[in-house]
Design a protein. Sequence first.
Length: 94
Amino acid sequence: MKVKQLLNKKNWICGALACNEEGLEVNPRAKSAVSFCLLGAIKHCYRGSEITKITKLVQSELKAKDYYPEIDCWNDATTTSFGMVKRLVNKLDI
């Protein structure tokens, strides 16, 4: 599964990598994880060296747009909307 297939407006979060149905923070790879920030979604969907490759790709795109250089900071910024996240993951096809 790709990030663009996992994330939607209802399960995108800020302030944690992943949460369970009760809203408690969990490991993004946990079976109980149901909501994710962008970085948590990457860690949920990819493994090993793929995570490094995808995070570098995303960080490069954020830097090119003069956004926050770190994925979690950009995801959690009050100026970042789910629409912006969705456009980014669609553009990068991740």
